[in-house]
Write a protein that binds this ligand. Structure first.
Ligand code: CTP
Length: 402
């Protein structure tokens, strides 16, 4: 499976760098070509000579070396690969990657690449657990960087135990193989984390009454199923619906918009968010603690307050915005204009817009006619079963993730 695959291995300066020699050997055995970029610090741990001999290629480490005319240049280097593997991914290099800092060849290549990147972190457990590293890793995950490890165990420093050991060469190899398998076997979202919302929300009036809408959850559930079939790790946050849990999907059932928001935030970081729920825009300002009775006070008067906008919260999240944020727009008029306005207002990458006027039968029905409204244009899809809309959406999501 790795035959003829081009791996660009970036070795940063950590004690785990020695494991890369074994990784290179295993990759070469399987027919992959391996080019290696080493940071200056990496050379303190393994020699370019050993790396060059095993990879059967020259080793790159100096940015300015590559600018001369007969060299290939860091842009080409970063793109003439099928996959970039960063091992060990040190705290320092992850911090640079998360912030777009490029002050050496390795970090320049990582910023210039348009190819998938797999990182194998390795560092002291306290560094791994530090809030700064947590932030950087979350940021990178949201940017689409995949991770393998780290493992938990004894560290190189005596007496230190915890999470931070780099994955073993065979584990990294398995992650590399899984990446190519996913790309080649109709599981384009393997390793991707996706959060989906579905169904209506119920906003209580008193202990026995609530405000709801006609959403059945069918489209969101079909989508969660199709995403899982494409290999994604899916968290489905659903309002009250009468649908069974889709296979291989983590389902969190909630009632209110506020509960839905909390569950969605708890499912971040994610690579993709698809907000298909018909969230109630308002809730009753003060829920009665006892059942409201007929009689003395005449007909009850309800005051409303606006619910949090879950899509906008995720789409405009300062640190954990998924790389791809997809919204839905349920409209009964001016479909495209209203969907376009939501695109900007809510920070979505595209909106799946549908006409939910009663005569369409879409809300609660098994079929859907949608228009995909993106900044670069509007695409009309034919009338399809909701399952097929889901499969087409998964293909679109995979394409947009690249
Ligand atoms: N949405 C959300 N949280 C809300 C309201 C809406 O996450 N409180 C999401 C929906 O899941 C959907 C998108 O926002 O992906 C658009 O929902 P829609 O009901 O069409 O739009 P609204 O924002 O409610 O605007 P309006 O009711 O004015 O059309």
């Amino acid at each position: 499976m790795l035959a003829d695959k081009r791996i660009l291995l970036i070795i940063a300066g950590g004690i785990a760098a020695y494991k890369c020699l074994e990784l290179i050997r295993r990759l070469r055995e399987r027919g992959a070509s391996v080019r290696v970029v080493m940071t200056e610090a990496a050379k303190e741990f393994v020699t370019p000579l050993a790396v060059g001999a095993l990879s059967e290629n020259r080793v790159y480490s100096d940015l300015f070396d590559l600018t001369s005319e007969h060299e290939i240049g860091h842009i080409r280097l970063s793109r003439e690969a099928d996959l970039l593997v960063v091992a060990p991914a040190t705290a320092n290099l992850l911090a640079k990657m998360a912030n777009g800092i490029c002050d050496d060849l390795a970090s320049n290549v990582l910023l210039a690449t348009d190819k998938p990147v797999l990182a194998a972190p390795a560092m002291n457990p306290r560094m791994w657990a530090h809030p700064a590293t947590r932030r950087n890793v979350a940021r990178l995950a949201a940017d689409g960087i995949r991770f393998v490890g780290p493992n938990t165990g004894t560290m190189a420093e005596r007496g230190e135990i915890g999470a931070g050991r780099m994955s073993e060469p065979m584990e990294i190899l398995a992650a590399i193989e899984a990446h190519f398998e996913a790309a080649g076997e109709g599981r384009p979202l393997l390793g991707r984390r996706v959060v989906v919302t579905a169904g209506p929300t119920h906003e209580p009036i008193d202990p026995v009454r609530y405000i709801a809408n006609r959403s059945s959850g069918k489209q969101g559930f079909a989508l969660a199923r199709a995403l899982a079939e494409a290999g994604a790790t899916v968290t489905l946050v659903s309002g009250p619906v009468g649908l069974p849990d889709p296979a291989d999907v983590k389902v969190i059932r909630v009632e209110t918009a506020r509960e839905m928001l909390a569950a969605v935030e708890g499912a971040l970081p994610a690579d993709v968010a698809v907000m298909a729920a018909a969230v109630a825009d308002w809730r009753v300002a003060s829920e009665a603690s006892e059942k409201i009775k007929k009689g003395a006070g005449g007909t009850p008067h309800l005051d409303f307050v606006e619910n949090p906008d879950i899509l906008a919260t995720v789409g405009r999240h300062s640190t954990l915005r998924p790389r791809l944020v997809v919204g839905f727009a349920a409209e009964t008029e001016n479909l495209v204009d209203n969907a376009r306005a939501k695109l900007d207002k809510k920070g979505a990458d595209f909106i799946v817009a549908n006409d939910v006027s009663p005569e369409t039968g879409i809300m609660g029905g098994d079929r859907n006619t949608v228009r995909i409204v993106a900044r670069d244009g509007v695409t009309d899809w034919p009338d399809l079963p909701k399952d097929e809309v889901a499969v087409k959406l998964v293909a679109l999501i995979a394409e947009r993730l690249g």
